[in-house]
Each structure stands twice: as C-alpha cells, then as structure tokens.
Design a protein around this ligand. Structure first.
Ligand code: 5RP
Length: 231
C-alpha cells in the first residue's frame, strides 16, 4: 500500500484527540483502518470509549478488534470523528467517498462535535476535483439522475462497478451500505465547491455527494517521521 507510514503516523497523531468517555465516529478506508487498530490497542490498555462505525467494513473491523460499538440509533452525542479523505484543500474542504461510504461518513461527521481528517500528503491539493467526485444516487431512475448530475457538473462520469474478484472486472453497479449506486464524476477541477454542492443537492435522486464543506476543523497530514496538525 502506498504511503503506509504516512497514513500510520497521521492516525497516531489523531489518537491524541481521544479522551476517556468519548463516543468516537470511526471512519472508513485504509488510513482510518490504522486509527481503528490503534484505538483498539488503547481500549485494551484501559481507555473507555465507544465507537460509531461509518460503514459495514469498519463495523466488522472494529468488532473483530474488540472496539465497543453503539448503534447509530442509540447515539445522542458524537464527541469526535476521525476519518480519511480522497482530497483535502487549504480550507479543509474535502472530497470523500472513494470507499463508497460517503453517506454514513457525512451523517456521522455532521453530527460530531469535531471531525479530524487524517491524510497522507498525496491527498493535499490546491483545488479539489482531480479525484473523481463520488455522488450517491438511488437505483430508481439512476440513468436519468446520472445525466442530470453530469450536466450540472459539466463533467463526464461513470456508474461505479462492483468489482468481481473472480473476473477482476465488473459490469454490475456497486451497491453501497445504504442500497444505492455511486456515480464517479470526472470534474478535473471544482473551483467553487459550495456551488457544486448546491447544484448536486438540487438533483432528485441524489442521496448525497462526496463534497464535505465546513465539516473538518482539524486536518492531520502524516509524513515519514511524524505528522503536521492543521487547525
Ligand atoms: C471512504 C472514504 C475514505 O476516507 C477515502 O476514500 C480515503 O481512503 P484511504 O484512507 O484508503 O485513502 O471517503 O468512503
């Protein structure tokens, strides 16, 4: 895996934000995995926290490591969420959803007192948009919704396929934890992320999009030797 040490160091710095008694949103992806593993070690050493997973993958990981979890319906406060990102710009605006978990990630980040993003240096950009923007849509009418989304963004795009490990390809759409499909939109650049977010929210059939604006307050970028915290 690329940038393994950088991801691990970012996750280690995020552990410093966790305090006894917290309810912690657990992100999804390879960087967040390091955080969940380190949190499990802290819990084994006596830290008292409960986790709220942002995906079924993270739920399975956390359960396998003995991290106590709360069902989202039983949560009245999330003190901290630690999650990765596909891109982060200088205003802590994010593209997320590379792991198809953007809907639960956004619900949980938005409900948190603090969202901390953990990233390796390849995720830091001047302007969002080189990473294809994930947009989650309902299966009903998805071809119509896709056209409206691509027109709104003036972007080309594809329905994300479910990768079949046996054939290393896939023609069926990937289905998210919420039972929806993902459009990956090749924007190139997104000069005005709030405007793009507003356009997407106006398209019927769009469940959620991967632009996270005004949610992350702290960004931790790992390097080979440690990490920089940007607040
Ligand atoms: C999942 C996400 C991930 O946080 C994002 O894709 C980053 O993943 P990784 O840490 O593996 O690079 O948004 O939906």
């Amino acid at each position: 895996m690329a940038f393994e040490k950088e991801k691990e160091n970012a996750a280690a710095a995020a552990i410093e934000f966790v305090e006894d008694g917290m309810t912690v949103g657990l992100g999804t992806g390879s960087t967040a995995k390091f955080f969940v593993e380190m949190l499990a070690e802290e819990i084994a050493d006596g830290l008292m926290v409960k986790g709220v997973p942002t995906s079924e993958d993270t739920r399975r990981l956390a359960e396998s490591l003995g991290v106590p979890l709360l069902p989202i319906e039983h949560v009245d406060r999330i003190h901290l969420t630690v999650d990765g990102a596909d891109e982060v710009d200088g205003d802590a605006q994010l593209i997320k959803g590379g792991g198809a978990a953007l809907l639960r990630e956004k619900i949980i980040a938005n409900a948190s007192d603090l969202m901390v993003v953990i990233a390796d240096p390849s995720k830091v950009v001047d302007v969002l948009g080189a990473f294809p923007l994930p947009v989650e849509v309902t299966p009903f009418g998805y071809t119509i919704t896709a056209k409206k989304v691509f027109d709104a963004l003036k972007a080309a795009g594809v329905i994300r396929p479910k990768i079949d490990v046996r054939t290393a390809g896939g023609s069926k759409p990937l289905v998210t934890d919420g039972g929806n499909y993902i459009l990956d939109c090749q924007c190139g650049v997104i000069p005005d992320a709030p405007k793009a977010a507003a356009l997407l929210s106006n398209v019927p059939g769009v469940v959620e999009h991967g632009l996270f604006i005004g949610m992350a307050r702290t960004v931790i970028v790992g390097d080979e030797d440690g990490a920089s915290v940007i607040e």
